[in-house]
Design a binder for this molecule. Structure first.
Ligand code: PLP
Length: 342
């Protein structure tokens, strides 16, 4: 049985063409800003989003953490949805790195509204932290790959501007959204002070995330990258992979999204599946009947050479990527149908 690994789109590896593109990169010492390929990638991403500058980092955790650090001071507060990556999966870095408080909004499939943000903003009293920054995620990982359209984001941008809050986008999987909506990176750029994107997920570069914003913001962010140990030397080999990915791999995400939707449709026919979150991009989150232990279910999947992640007390997550093709869907369901429960 061929292995079907749907644990994450981060398992994607560079293609031969990407590797040869990396091999021919011109490199230099990026800490001295002398790596022409890193400079080219940063200029490319800034101009895609209509921003003045960008910063190449080893991970999306780092770009988010640097963004929080650059936008805030200790005693400030960050507002975000309760399932967001910056809260759940960055080791509490908002507190460790930035000394900020966090104000969690209970959203819908990971999404929050302008009205909720407005209600969350604190008045200016000595005994309250200063509301300073709003972070949203697009697509929303724990929301089951749900997404905001620009029309849904615009009112949040207005609330942030009116209250002088900074607005950051965790766009780790932003391109999975844009291939669905047809919206442009330029239009996204207009709505945020800063944006983080990951190239190491479905776009399948081995390493790499970027943070983009205005020149003064990125100049400060660059210092924080250095103090966090993220100043890399001949990083141009990695930057080349990201340039290659942005030029060649965005279309693949349409297929990944389509495969996830097809999987989502069929899952609801399995007797032991009680709920499937609406599938909007390349993430499928489904719930098992309460009588089933998720840990044992994941083990049963592994026996059938299927890899998935547990995503809550009764939930399982599949993420599609270029290592899974439409032709494998039937095989996947044949195996899922064979699972013996209790
Ligand atoms: C993957 C991811 C990140 C960043 O993760 P790294 O593994 O640190 O690159 C940030 N936000 C979201 C929503 C993600 O899915």
């Amino acid at each position: 049985m061929k292995r079907i690994n749907l644990i994450s789109d981060t398992i994607t590896k560079p293609s031969k063409d990407m590797l040869s593109y990396m091999m021919q990169a011109e490199v230099g010492d990026d800490v001295f800003r002398l790596d022409p390929t890193v400079n080219a990638l940063e200029e490319k991403v800034a101009s895609m989003f209509g921003k003045e500058a960008a910063l190449f980092c080893p991970s999306g955790t780092m770009t988010n953490q640097i963004a929080i650090k650059t936008h805030t001071q200790p005693l400030d507060e960050l507002i975000c949805e309760k399932t967001s990556h910056v809260y759940q999966y960055e080791t509490g870095g908002y507190s460790f790195n930035s000394g900020v408080a966090i104000n969690l909004i209970d959203g819908h499939h990971g999404k929050i509204t302008a009205e909720q943000v407005k209600q969350a903003i604190k008045p200016n009293y000595d005994w309250l932290p200063n509301s300073r920054l709003v972070v949203i995620e697009n697509s929303c990982n724990k929301g089951g790959g749900s997404y905001y359209t620009l029309d849904e984001i615009r009112p949040i941008t207005s609330v942030c501007s009116a209250s002088k809050l900074s607005f950051h986008l965790d766009g780790a999987r932003l391109f999975n959204v844009l291939v669905e909506t047809g919206e442009t990176t330029q239009a996204v750029g207009d709505l945020f002070d800063s944006i983080s994107i990951c190239i190491s997920k479905g776009l399948s570069a081995p390493v790499g995330s970027l943070l983009t914003g205005d020149a003064a913001f990125i100049a400060r962010a660059r210092k924080f990258r250095k103090v966090m140990g993220g100043g890399m030397r001949q990083a141009g080999y990695l930057a080349a992979a990201c340039i290659y990915a942005l030029d060649n791999n965005i279309d693949q995400l349409k297929l990944d999204n389509a495969n996830a939707k097809a999987i989502g449709q069929e899952l609801s026919n399995l007797s032991y599946v009680t709920d499937v979150k609406p599938v909007k991009t390349n993430i499928v989150i489904f719930s098992l009947d309460v009588s089933i232990d998720v840990g044992s279910y994941i083990e049963s999947l592994e026996k059938l050479n299927i890899v998935a992640s547990q995503f809550g007390a009764h939930e399982v997550r599949f993420v599609t990527h270029n290592g899974f093709s439409e032709s494998q869907i039937d095989d996947l369901f044949t195996r899922l149908g064979q699972i013996k429960l209790n």
